[in-house]
Design a protein around this ligand. Structure first.
Ligand code: ARG
Length: 400
């Protein structure tokens, strides 16, 4: 029986050429698997057929938009996940979902190998291969772009020689990866990190410096997950899509960052993630209102570690799964409404309300209704400062 290889297929030049390239190099049959994670752009049926035209024996497109929104974006939101305090993990979140579908397709079609079109310089090769190792340790992985000399020029030559149905002249100056949670753009003139991004780089967001009326939005959360926009119930995917439109129209969620890749390189990436940034902003504030102080403080460390693990390709690792359980448990009172003003590239919280609120007006107020017993503070402060006072006395003694 001929060996079979499942390829993570995007419809672009590299993975289209990879179909024939892999077949020629290995003699195996190639099964193309594409996932719809809300990247938009080309019709996925066109992409599915293109894989067949490029020589795949089977071609599957999975509509994974709801799955991606619910099982990948929402854990990230509950963890307020921002790598290096800024990047909402757009690409890092989609890879484990794709990996899951690759592993499932390998079983369905009796393949013993999976393949991806990543280079050897990025994070995504790690996310694919470590993900496969965790879900299906018996599967082999091949990476033609990284391991068998499939450079861009050779890919174009290969496509022309075989008359593959892809427009090789349609070469964007950028490398782009996009999905529901945002969009990442790199290479081209952005590789000079002094060069400012131009408007042409962006597509999820409008120019935040243009004068326009602000947009006010109320987001409802139940246990850390958004369930309604402006009082209208919506699925998680619908909430993300609406926010990408509305926050994107106000230029919210642009970021320009030199980041630390897992392979050790520092690289410059421009992101736009209007829904992710608006949602995280609202969710963090709802936690401020509903989460007990020590839990909230501890969670910040968990959030950072969670983000690093996901960035580093360890979505399916024991530590990441265990931190998920912590984060999930932490969300049990994170319910209520947050009002945001979207304007000038920013999502600003202007109001919050919750039946689970820990904000107590009678304790917080400086008005006559004040119920806080200030006389208790005197002894508290005295004891709180006791270790510092004792240590300071020792310093005084030492100085003589
Ligand atoms: N640097 C981001 C990450 O590793 C995005 C990677 C894909 N970027 C791209 N422009 N193709 O998660």
């Amino acid at each position: 029986m001929t060996n079979r290889i499942v390829l993570a297929y995007s419809g672009g030049l590299d993975t289209s050429v990879a179909i024939g390239w892999i077949a020629a190099e290995t003699g195996a049959e190639v099964i193309a698997v594409a996932a719809d994670v809300g990247q938009g752009g080309e019709d996925l049926e066109v992409i599915r057929r293109r894989a067949l035209d490029c020589g795949a024996v089977e071609s599957v497109v999975v509509d994974a938009r709801d799955e991606y929104a619910e099982q990948y974006c929402m854990p990230a939101l509950r963890a307020n996940a921002l790598y290096m305090d800024r990047y909402p993990l757009v690409s890092a979140l989609s890879r484990p979902l794709i990996v899951k579908h690759l592993a499932a397709a390998a079983r369905t079609y009796g393949a013993d190998t999976v393949s991806h079109g990543c280079t050897g310089k990025g994070n995504d090769q790690v996310r694919f291969e470590v993900g496969i190792a965790a879900l299906a340790p018996d599967l082999k992985v091949i990476a033609p772009v990284r391991d068998s000399g499939m450079t861009r020029d050779k890919a174009i030559g290969f496509a022309e020689e075989r008359g593959l149905p892809i427009d090789v002249t349609k070469k964007s100056p950028y490398s782009i990866d996009q999905n529901l949670w945002g969009r990442a753009v790199e290479t081209g003139f952005l590789e000079d990190i002094w060069n400012a991004p131009i408007e042409d780089v962006y597509s999820y967001t409008d120019d935040p410096s243009v004068q326009r009326a602000p947009d006010e939005i109320v987001l409802t959360f139940v246990d850390g997950v958004p369930t309604a926009v402006d009082g209208r119930a919506a699925s998680v995917r619908e909430v993300i899509e609406e926010l990408n439109r509305r926050a994107g129209a106000q230029g919210v969620g642009r970021l320009d960052l030199v980041e630390d890749r897992l392979v050790g390189i520092k690289s410059r990436e421009v992101y736009e993630a209007p829904a992710a940034i608006a949602l995280i902003t609202a969710h963090q504030e709802l936690e401020n209102v509903t989460m007990e102080r020590d839990l909230a403080r501890f969670k910040r460390g968990v959030e950072q570690r969670w983000s690093e693990l996901v960035y580093d390709g360890l979505w399916f690792s024991p530590l990441k799964r265990t931190l998920d359980a912590f984060v999930e448990q932490s969300q049990q009172h994170v319910s209520g409404d947050v009002r945001l003003t979207l304007h000038g590239g920013r999502a600003v919280v202007t109001g919050r309300r919750s039946d689970e609120s820990l904000y107590d007006f009678a304790l917080a107020t400086y008005d006559a209704e004040d119920e806080f017993d200030q006389s208790l503070a005197k002894g508290f402060v005295e004891l709180w400062g006791l270790p510092s006072r004792i240590a300071a006395r020792r310093e005084q003694r030492a100085r003589g």
